[in-house]
Design a protein around this ligand. Structure first.
Ligand code: GDP
Ligand code: IMO
Ligand code: MG
Length: 425
C-alpha cells in the first residue's frame, strides 16, 4: 500500500468503516480529514459491532496511529465518550491517537442553532443530524471559530467564547426566541474538555510529512459521501465539508502529489438519509421490505434510510470528481433474494436524456430514471469467499457496473464482517 484515500461514492453510509478497517492492516496511519460526529462508521469483528463517529475506524488495530485532522469538527463531549467507551471494552486509546491542534470545536450553541434552523426551514429542511456540524463549519469560515488549542489558553479562550456568545445569544433571543447560554457554564466545561484532550493534541502536518519521508503508509478515511459534498453534492441538501478526495489534503496538510490512490466505496444499491433528490428511490411496500432486508437504519441517528437502485449517472460523476482507481462495492448480499435488479443508466427530463450529472437539482428531483434490468441470482452469497464462486448472475451484475461506470471493482463485500469480503485481482 501507499497513501490511499477512501471516499464515500454517493450519499454516505456506503460501508466505509468496514473497508477502512480491512485496509488498515497495510497502513501505518489512519486519518480522518473532514466531518464530525455526524458520521457513523460500522466495523464488525466477529459478533462484536463497533460504531465510530469521530475516531478513525483504524483504532481497532492497536498497533496503528490514528489521527483526527484539522478538517474535522470536534465535539469534545462526544469524542471523550467515544474514547472512554472503547477503553472500557479493553482497547488502548492513548499514544495511538493524535488530534489536530487546529481542528475546530463544536459548542452547544452549534447544536441548538442546527436544530432551530432546521425547524425554521419547515418543508425546506435539510434533514441534518442535528450535531451542530453546519453552524460549526460556518463559524470556521467566518473566522469566529474556536480551535482545540484555544481551549488550553485561558485568555484566548475567554475572549473568543465571549465574542461568540454575544453573537449567538443575540441570535437566539431575537431570531429564534431561545434562551441564552451562560458563559461560565460553557467556559468551565470546555476548559475541562481541553485539559482532557491536551495529551492527544499536536500539529499534524509535521507528523504526517515526516511519516511520508520515512515511507510510511497513510490511509485517509473520508466521512459522508461525494453527493453530500458542500461544493459537488446536491446543494443545499449536503453536509458542510468536502468528503471528496481533495478534502483529504485540505483536512490534513498532506499535498495532492503525495496521494497515490483513491478508492470509492459504494453499495450495490443506493441509500440516502435526510432530505434531497434521490432519482432511483424505492416507494411503497417494496421500499419498506428492502430497508428491512438491508437493515438500513442510520448508524448515528437511527433514522430509516431511503433506499433505491444503483445509479450509474451519480456514480460516474463521483468517479470523475474523485478519479477512483477502483471501487469497493458493499452489501451485494442484500440483493440475494431479488428476481431481477435494476441499474439506472440515464435520466429523462422534459424530453431530454441525461447520461451525465445535471448540476441542477431540480432536474434530479423531477427526472424519470432510465433502467436496465438484469436477472437476480436467488442464492445466498454471504458464505462465499472467492469472487469466482459467486453465482454467474451476481458476477454479471458486478461486471455490468464496471462497464457502465468505467471504473474497476476490486473489492466486493457480501456481509458486515471482515471475512465476508472478496478481492478481485
Ligand atoms: P459508513 O458510514 O460508510 O461506514 O457505513 P455505515 O456503517 O453507516 O453503514 C453500513 C452498514 O452496512 C453497517 O451496518 C455495516 O455493518 C453494514 N455492512 C457493510 N458491508 C456490508 C455488506 O457487505 N453486507 C451487509 N449485509 N452489511 C454490510
Ligand atoms: P457517514 O460518514 C449519511 C447527511 C444528513 C443530512 C446531510 C447534512 O456515516 O457516511 P449534517 O448533520 O452533516 O449537517 O447533515 O448529510 N449526513 C449523512 N448521511 N452518512 C453520513 O455519514 C452522514 N453525515 C451527514 O443526513 O442529509
Ligand atoms: Mg455511516
Amino acid at each position: 500500500m501507499s497513501n490511499v484515500v477512501i471516499v464515500g461514492a454517493l450519499f454516505g453510509d456506503e460501508g466505509k468503516g468496514k473497508i477502512v478497517d480491512i485496509l488498515t492492516e497495510n497502513a501505518d496511519f489512519v486519518v480522518r480529514f473532514q466531518g464530525g460526529n455526524n458520521a457513523g462508521h460500522t466495523v464488525k469483528i466477529g459478533d462484536n459491532q463497533f460504531i465510530l463517529h469521530l475516531l478513525p475506524s483504524g483504532i481497532l488495530h492497536q498497533d496503528k496511529t490514528c489521527i483526527i485532522g484539522n478538517g474535522v469538527v470536534i465535539n469534545p463531549e462526544a469524542l471523550l465518550k467515544e474514547i472512554s467507551e472503547l477503553q472500557e471494552k479493553g482497547f488502548k486509546v492513548d499514544d495511538n491517537l493524535i488530534i489536530s491542534d487546529i481542528a475546530h470545536v463544536i459548542f452547544p450553541y452549534h447544536g441548538l442553532l442546527d436544530e432551530l434552523r432546521e425547524q425554521k426551514k419547515g418543508n425546506c429542511k435539510i434533514g441534518t443530524t442535528k450535531r451542530g456540524i453546519g453552524p460549526a463549519y460556518a463559524d470556521k469560515v467566518s473566522r469566529m471559530g474556536i480551535r482545540t488549542s484555544d481551549l488550553l489558553n485561558p485568555k484566548v479562550f475567554e475572549q473568543k467564547l465571549r465574542l461568540n456568545l454575544e453573537e449567538k445569544n443575540d441570535l437566539l433571543a431575537h431570531v429564534y426566541n431561545g434562551k441564552p447560554f451562560s458563559f461560565n457554564e460553557i467556559y468551565d466545561t470546555y476548559y475541562e474538555y481541553g485539559q482532557k484532550m491536551k495529551p492527544f493534541l499536536a500539529h499534524i502536518p509535521g507528523i504526517l510529512n515526516t511519516a511520508l519521508k520515512e515511507k510510511k503508509n497513510i490511509l485517509f478515511e473520508g466521512a459522508q459521501g461525494t453527493l453530500l459534498d458542500v461544493d459537488f453534492g446536491t446543494y443545499p441538501y449536503v453536509t458542510s465539508s468536502n468528503p471528496t478526495a481533495g478534502g483529504a489534503c485540505i483536512g490534513t496538510g498532506v499535498a495532492p502529489s503525495k496521494i497515490d490512490q483513491v478508492i470509492g466505496v459504494t453499495k450495490a444499491y443506493s441509500t440516502r438519509v435526510g432530505e434531497g433528490p434521490f432519482p432511483t428511490e424505492f416507494s411503497g411496500k417494496f421500499a419498506d421490505w428492502f430497508r428491512d432486508q438491508g437493515k438500513e437504519y442510520g448508524a448515528t441517528t437511527g433514522r430509516p434510510r431511503r433506499c433505491g437502485w444503483f445509479d450509474v449517472v451519480l456514480t460516474k460523476y463521483s468517479a470523475s470528481i474523485n478519479q477512483f482507481d477502483y471501487l469497493a462495492i458493499t452489501k451485494l448480499d442484500v440483493l440475494d433474494q431479488l428476481d431481477s435488479i435494476k441499474i439506472c443508466t440515464a435520466y429523462r427530463h422534459e424530453g431530454e436524456l441525461f447520461t451525465y450529472f445535471p448540476g441542477d437539482i431540480d432536474i434530479l428531483d423531477n427526472c424519470e430514471p432510465v433502467y436496465e434490468e438484469l436477472p437476480g441470482w436467488k442464492e445466498n452469497t454471504s458464505g462465499i469467499r472467492d469472487y469466482n464462486k459467486l453465482p454467474k448472475n451476481a458476477r454479471a451484475y458486478i461486471e455490468r457496473i464496471v462497464e457502465l461506470v468505467e471504473t474497476p471493482i476490486n473489492i466486493v463485500s457480501v456481509g458486515a464482517k471482515r471475512e465476508e469480503t472478496l478481492f478481485i485481482s
